[in-house]
Design a protein around this ligand. Structure first.
Ligand SMILES: NC(=O)c1ccc[n+]([C@@H]2O[C@H](COP(=O)([O-])OP(=O)(O)OC[C@H]3O[C@@H](n4cnc5c(N)ncnc54)[C@H](OP(=O)(O)O)[C@@H]3O)[C@@H](O)[C@H]2O)c1
Length: 280
Protein backbone atom coordinates (compact mmCIF):
# COMPACT_ATOMS: atom_id res chain seq x y z
CA UNK A 1 0.00 0.00 0.00
CA UNK A 2 1.38 3.45 -0.89
CA UNK A 3 1.59 6.15 1.79
CA UNK A 4 -0.87 9.09 1.59
CA UNK A 5 0.52 11.91 -0.55
CA UNK A 6 0.35 14.62 2.10
CA UNK A 7 0.94 13.84 5.76
CA UNK A 8 0.48 15.92 8.89
CA UNK A 9 0.16 15.10 12.58
CA UNK A 10 -0.27 16.43 16.10
CA UNK A 11 2.57 16.12 18.58
CA UNK A 12 2.13 16.16 22.35
CA UNK A 13 3.03 14.24 25.52
CA UNK A 14 0.58 12.68 26.10
CA UNK A 15 -1.34 13.05 22.85
CA UNK A 16 -3.91 10.23 23.05
CA UNK A 17 -6.71 12.60 24.21
CA UNK A 18 -6.45 14.88 21.16
CA UNK A 19 -9.56 15.37 19.01
CA UNK A 20 -7.60 16.95 16.16
CA UNK A 21 -7.41 13.67 14.15
CA UNK A 22 -11.23 13.52 14.15
CA UNK A 23 -11.41 17.08 12.78
CA UNK A 24 -8.74 16.70 10.07
CA UNK A 25 -9.86 13.16 9.22
CA UNK A 26 -13.38 14.50 8.60
CA UNK A 27 -12.08 17.22 6.26
CA UNK A 28 -9.71 14.87 4.39
CA UNK A 29 -12.64 12.58 3.63
CA UNK A 30 -15.06 15.41 2.84
CA UNK A 31 -12.70 17.04 0.31
CA UNK A 32 -11.39 13.72 -1.09
CA UNK A 33 -7.77 14.59 -0.34
CA UNK A 34 -5.05 11.95 -0.48
CA UNK A 35 -3.63 12.79 2.95
CA UNK A 36 -3.31 11.59 6.53
CA UNK A 37 -3.32 13.20 9.96
CA UNK A 38 -2.01 11.16 12.88
CA UNK A 39 -1.12 11.48 16.56
CA UNK A 40 2.58 11.34 17.44
CA UNK A 41 3.64 11.06 21.08
CA UNK A 42 6.90 13.03 21.29
CA UNK A 43 8.78 13.09 24.57
CA UNK A 44 9.85 16.41 26.08
CA UNK A 45 13.45 16.86 25.01
CA UNK A 46 12.78 15.24 21.61
CA UNK A 47 10.74 18.09 20.13
CA UNK A 48 13.54 20.01 18.40
CA UNK A 49 14.92 16.81 16.83
CA UNK A 50 11.43 15.74 15.69
CA UNK A 51 10.81 19.12 14.07
CA UNK A 52 14.23 19.12 12.34
CA UNK A 53 13.21 15.81 10.74
CA UNK A 54 9.76 16.85 9.49
CA UNK A 55 10.80 16.75 5.83
CA UNK A 56 12.59 13.40 6.25
CA UNK A 57 9.45 12.04 7.92
CA UNK A 58 7.53 13.28 4.85
CA UNK A 59 5.39 15.58 7.02
CA UNK A 60 4.03 18.85 5.60
CA UNK A 61 3.67 20.16 9.15
CA UNK A 62 2.01 19.52 12.47
CA UNK A 63 -0.15 20.78 15.29
CA UNK A 64 1.43 21.09 18.70
CA UNK A 65 -0.23 20.51 22.03
CA UNK A 66 0.84 20.56 25.69
CA UNK A 67 3.67 20.59 26.75
CA UNK A 68 5.46 21.39 23.46
CA UNK A 69 3.97 24.73 22.40
CA UNK A 70 6.90 26.83 23.65
CA UNK A 71 9.53 24.46 22.27
CA UNK A 72 7.76 24.52 18.90
CA UNK A 73 7.81 28.31 18.89
CA UNK A 74 11.52 28.30 19.73
CA UNK A 75 12.31 25.80 16.96
CA UNK A 76 10.66 27.83 14.18
CA UNK A 77 12.66 29.96 11.75
CA UNK A 78 9.65 32.16 10.84
CA UNK A 79 6.75 33.20 13.07
CA UNK A 80 3.45 34.95 12.43
CA UNK A 81 2.45 38.05 14.43
CA UNK A 82 -0.11 35.96 16.34
CA UNK A 83 2.59 33.47 17.40
CA UNK A 84 5.02 36.24 18.33
CA UNK A 85 2.38 37.98 20.44
CA UNK A 86 2.09 34.95 22.73
CA UNK A 87 5.50 33.27 22.19
CA UNK A 88 3.89 29.85 21.78
CA UNK A 89 2.95 27.95 18.62
CA UNK A 90 0.21 25.42 17.87
CA UNK A 91 0.56 25.15 14.08
CA UNK A 92 3.78 24.47 12.15
CA UNK A 93 4.50 24.01 8.46
CA UNK A 94 7.43 23.78 6.09
CA UNK A 95 7.72 26.45 3.43
CA UNK A 96 10.79 26.79 1.23
CA UNK A 97 12.53 24.30 3.51
CA UNK A 98 12.05 26.56 6.54
CA UNK A 99 9.91 25.83 9.59
CA UNK A 100 7.07 28.37 10.04
CA UNK A 101 5.00 28.79 13.22
CA UNK A 102 1.55 30.24 13.87
CA UNK A 103 -0.79 30.32 16.82
CA UNK A 104 -4.38 29.89 15.68
CA UNK A 105 -6.14 29.68 19.07
CA UNK A 106 -6.98 33.40 19.17
CA UNK A 107 -8.35 33.55 15.64
CA UNK A 108 -10.21 30.31 16.36
CA UNK A 109 -11.97 32.00 19.27
CA UNK A 110 -12.82 35.10 17.22
CA UNK A 111 -14.13 33.10 14.23
CA UNK A 112 -16.34 31.06 16.55
CA UNK A 113 -17.63 34.27 18.17
CA UNK A 114 -18.35 35.83 14.76
CA UNK A 115 -20.01 32.69 13.41
CA UNK A 116 -22.19 32.28 16.51
CA UNK A 117 -22.95 35.95 17.19
CA UNK A 118 -22.52 37.91 13.96
CA UNK A 119 -23.95 41.08 15.47
CA UNK A 120 -21.46 41.20 18.35
CA UNK A 121 -19.37 44.36 17.83
CA UNK A 122 -15.95 43.83 19.45
CA UNK A 123 -15.07 47.52 18.96
CA UNK A 124 -17.90 48.60 21.24
CA UNK A 125 -17.51 46.11 24.08
CA UNK A 126 -15.29 45.88 27.14
CA UNK A 127 -14.05 42.35 27.82
CA UNK A 128 -13.31 40.48 31.05
CA UNK A 129 -10.80 37.62 30.87
CA UNK A 130 -10.45 35.18 33.76
CA UNK A 131 -6.94 33.71 33.68
CA UNK A 132 -3.57 34.87 32.37
CA UNK A 133 -2.08 31.66 30.93
CA UNK A 134 -1.35 30.68 27.34
CA UNK A 135 -4.96 30.49 26.16
CA UNK A 136 -5.83 33.81 27.81
CA UNK A 137 -2.94 35.50 25.98
CA UNK A 138 -4.09 34.13 22.62
CA UNK A 139 -7.64 35.35 23.14
CA UNK A 140 -6.49 38.74 24.44
CA UNK A 141 -4.28 39.28 21.39
CA UNK A 142 -7.10 38.32 19.01
CA UNK A 143 -9.69 40.53 20.73
CA UNK A 144 -7.31 43.50 20.70
CA UNK A 145 -6.78 42.90 16.96
CA UNK A 146 -10.57 43.09 16.59
CA UNK A 147 -10.55 46.54 18.18
CA UNK A 148 -11.71 45.77 21.72
CA UNK A 149 -11.38 49.09 23.58
CA UNK A 150 -10.77 47.73 27.09
CA UNK A 151 -9.83 44.33 28.43
CA UNK A 152 -9.68 43.48 32.15
CA UNK A 153 -7.62 40.47 33.23
CA UNK A 154 -8.32 38.79 36.57
CA UNK A 155 -5.87 36.14 37.66
CA UNK A 156 -5.33 34.09 40.81
CA UNK A 157 -1.64 35.02 40.69
CA UNK A 158 -1.81 38.78 40.35
CA UNK A 159 1.78 39.10 39.05
CA UNK A 160 0.94 37.08 35.95
CA UNK A 161 -1.98 39.39 35.17
CA UNK A 162 0.38 42.38 35.55
CA UNK A 163 2.86 40.80 33.15
CA UNK A 164 0.10 40.26 30.59
CA UNK A 165 -1.15 43.85 30.94
CA UNK A 166 2.36 45.24 30.47
CA UNK A 167 2.92 42.99 27.48
CA UNK A 168 -0.25 44.01 25.63
CA UNK A 169 -0.29 47.73 26.52
CA UNK A 170 -2.74 50.31 27.85
CA UNK A 171 -6.00 48.75 26.66
CA UNK A 172 -5.34 45.77 28.99
CA UNK A 173 -5.71 46.19 32.74
CA UNK A 174 -4.78 43.73 35.48
CA UNK A 175 -6.86 43.16 38.60
CA UNK A 176 -6.96 40.90 41.64
CA UNK A 177 -8.91 37.67 41.27
CA UNK A 178 -11.22 38.64 44.16
CA UNK A 179 -12.44 41.74 42.25
CA UNK A 180 -13.69 39.75 39.23
CA UNK A 181 -17.41 40.22 39.94
CA UNK A 182 -17.35 43.82 41.22
CA UNK A 183 -15.34 45.05 38.25
CA UNK A 184 -17.43 43.22 35.64
CA UNK A 185 -20.58 45.33 35.68
CA UNK A 186 -20.27 46.88 32.24
CA UNK A 187 -18.67 44.20 30.12
CA UNK A 188 -19.98 42.88 26.82
CA UNK A 189 -18.00 39.65 26.90
CA UNK A 190 -16.81 37.51 29.80
CA UNK A 191 -14.29 34.76 28.97
CA UNK A 192 -13.23 31.91 31.24
CA UNK A 193 -9.64 31.10 30.22
CA UNK A 194 -8.89 28.97 33.29
CA UNK A 195 -9.40 25.19 33.53
CA UNK A 196 -12.03 25.74 36.24
CA UNK A 197 -15.26 23.96 35.35
CA UNK A 198 -13.49 21.23 33.38
CA UNK A 199 -14.31 17.59 34.22
CA UNK A 200 -12.20 16.73 37.26
CA UNK A 201 -11.33 20.37 38.09
CA UNK A 202 -12.97 22.62 40.68
CA UNK A 203 -15.95 24.74 39.63
CA UNK A 204 -15.47 28.37 38.65
CA UNK A 205 -16.91 30.70 41.27
CA UNK A 206 -18.07 33.65 39.17
CA UNK A 207 -21.30 35.49 40.07
CA UNK A 208 -23.22 36.54 36.96
CA UNK A 209 -26.02 38.64 38.47
CA UNK A 210 -24.10 41.90 37.99
CA UNK A 211 -23.44 41.39 34.26
CA UNK A 212 -25.42 43.48 31.75
CA UNK A 213 -28.32 41.66 30.07
CA UNK A 214 -26.60 41.76 26.67
CA UNK A 215 -23.33 40.24 27.93
CA UNK A 216 -21.95 37.14 26.16
CA UNK A 217 -20.39 34.50 28.44
CA UNK A 218 -17.69 32.35 26.83
CA UNK A 219 -15.87 29.33 28.22
CA UNK A 220 -12.70 27.94 26.65
CA UNK A 221 -13.30 24.67 28.50
CA UNK A 222 -15.15 22.17 26.26
CA UNK A 223 -15.20 19.04 28.44
CA UNK A 224 -18.00 19.19 29.45
CA UNK A 225 -19.44 21.12 26.54
CA UNK A 226 -22.01 22.80 28.78
CA UNK A 227 -19.88 23.93 31.72
CA UNK A 228 -21.54 25.06 34.96
CA UNK A 229 -20.59 28.65 33.95
CA UNK A 230 -22.41 28.38 30.61
CA UNK A 231 -25.42 26.69 32.22
CA UNK A 232 -25.63 29.53 34.77
CA UNK A 233 -25.31 32.12 32.00
CA UNK A 234 -28.16 30.57 30.01
CA UNK A 235 -30.28 30.31 33.17
CA UNK A 236 -29.76 34.06 33.64
CA UNK A 237 -30.84 34.71 30.04
CA UNK A 238 -27.33 35.56 28.81
CA UNK A 239 -25.86 34.32 25.53
CA UNK A 240 -23.33 31.50 25.98
CA UNK A 241 -20.37 30.53 23.77
CA UNK A 242 -18.78 27.12 24.31
CA UNK A 243 -15.13 26.11 23.88
CA UNK A 244 -15.68 23.50 21.17
CA UNK A 245 -16.21 26.06 18.41
CA UNK A 246 -12.78 27.55 19.15
CA UNK A 247 -11.20 24.09 18.87
CA UNK A 248 -12.86 23.52 15.47
CA UNK A 249 -12.06 26.96 14.07
CA UNK A 250 -8.42 26.94 15.22
CA UNK A 251 -7.87 23.86 13.04
CA UNK A 252 -8.85 25.59 9.78
CA UNK A 253 -5.52 27.33 9.14
CA UNK A 254 -3.37 24.22 9.59
CA UNK A 255 -5.53 22.16 7.24
CA UNK A 256 -5.36 24.89 4.61
CA UNK A 257 -1.56 25.17 4.92
CA UNK A 258 -0.84 21.43 4.74
CA UNK A 259 -3.53 20.16 2.39
CA UNK A 260 -4.16 23.25 0.22
CA UNK A 261 -7.92 23.51 0.81
CA UNK A 262 -9.67 25.95 3.10
CA UNK A 263 -12.11 23.75 5.06
CA UNK A 264 -15.52 24.65 6.48
CA UNK A 265 -16.58 24.19 10.09
CA UNK A 266 -19.93 22.49 9.55
CA UNK A 267 -22.69 21.35 11.94
CA UNK A 268 -21.85 17.79 10.83
CA UNK A 269 -18.22 18.17 11.98
CA UNK A 270 -19.34 19.69 15.25
CA UNK A 271 -21.74 16.80 15.86
CA UNK A 272 -18.95 14.30 15.17
CA UNK A 273 -16.62 15.84 17.76
CA UNK A 274 -19.48 16.38 20.22
CA UNK A 275 -20.28 12.66 20.03
CA UNK A 276 -16.67 11.88 20.89
CA UNK A 277 -16.71 14.33 23.83
CA UNK A 278 -19.67 12.52 25.38
CA UNK A 279 -17.49 9.39 25.64
CA UNK A 280 -15.22 11.30 28.07
N1 LIG B 1 -11.28 25.63 23.37
C1 LIG B 1 -10.05 25.54 22.93
O1 LIG B 1 -9.76 25.35 21.75
C2 LIG B 1 -8.94 25.76 23.92
C3 LIG B 1 -7.64 26.11 23.50
C4 LIG B 1 -6.64 26.31 24.45
C5 LIG B 1 -6.93 26.15 25.81
N2 LIG B 1 -8.19 25.79 26.18
C6 LIG B 1 -8.54 25.64 27.60
O2 LIG B 1 -8.24 26.85 28.28
C7 LIG B 1 -7.90 26.56 29.63
C8 LIG B 1 -6.61 27.29 30.00
O3 LIG B 1 -5.54 26.75 29.24
P1 LIG B 1 -4.08 27.39 29.26
O4 LIG B 1 -3.30 26.69 28.22
O5 LIG B 1 -4.15 28.88 29.24
O6 LIG B 1 -3.55 26.95 30.71
P2 LIG B 1 -2.39 27.65 31.57
O7 LIG B 1 -1.41 28.35 30.69
O8 LIG B 1 -1.91 26.59 32.50
O9 LIG B 1 -3.17 28.78 32.42
C9 LIG B 1 -4.13 28.43 33.37
C10 LIG B 1 -4.77 29.68 33.97
O10 LIG B 1 -5.82 29.28 34.84
C11 LIG B 1 -5.58 29.80 36.14
N3 LIG B 1 -6.01 28.82 37.16
C12 LIG B 1 -5.68 27.51 37.22
N4 LIG B 1 -6.25 26.93 38.30
C13 LIG B 1 -6.93 27.93 38.95
C14 LIG B 1 -7.72 27.97 40.13
N5 LIG B 1 -7.91 26.86 40.89
N6 LIG B 1 -8.28 29.15 40.49
C15 LIG B 1 -8.09 30.28 39.74
N7 LIG B 1 -7.34 30.29 38.62
C16 LIG B 1 -6.78 29.13 38.22
C17 LIG B 1 -4.08 30.02 36.23
O11 LIG B 1 -3.83 30.99 37.22
P3 LIG B 1 -2.36 31.14 37.89
O12 LIG B 1 -1.59 32.06 36.99
O13 LIG B 1 -2.62 31.73 39.23
O14 LIG B 1 -1.77 29.75 37.96
C18 LIG B 1 -3.80 30.53 34.79
O15 LIG B 1 -4.13 31.87 34.65
C19 LIG B 1 -7.81 25.04 29.73
O16 LIG B 1 -9.00 24.57 30.28
C20 LIG B 1 -7.68 24.59 28.29
O17 LIG B 1 -8.19 23.29 28.09
C21 LIG B 1 -9.20 25.60 25.28
Amino acid sequence: MTAPKIQACIIGWPVAHSRSPIIHGYWLKKYGIDGSYTKRAVEPGEVAAFLRNLAKERLAGCNVTIPHKQAAYAAAAERTDAARAVAVANTLWLEGGRLHADNTDGIGFVRHLRASMPRFDARAQAVTVLGAGGAARCVIHAMLECGTPELCVFNRTRDRADVVARHFGPRVKAYDWRDRADRSREVGLLINATPLGMHGAAELDMPLAQLPDNCVVADLVYVPLETPLLAAARARGLRALDGLGMLLHQAVRGFELWFGQRPQVTPELRALVEADLTKT
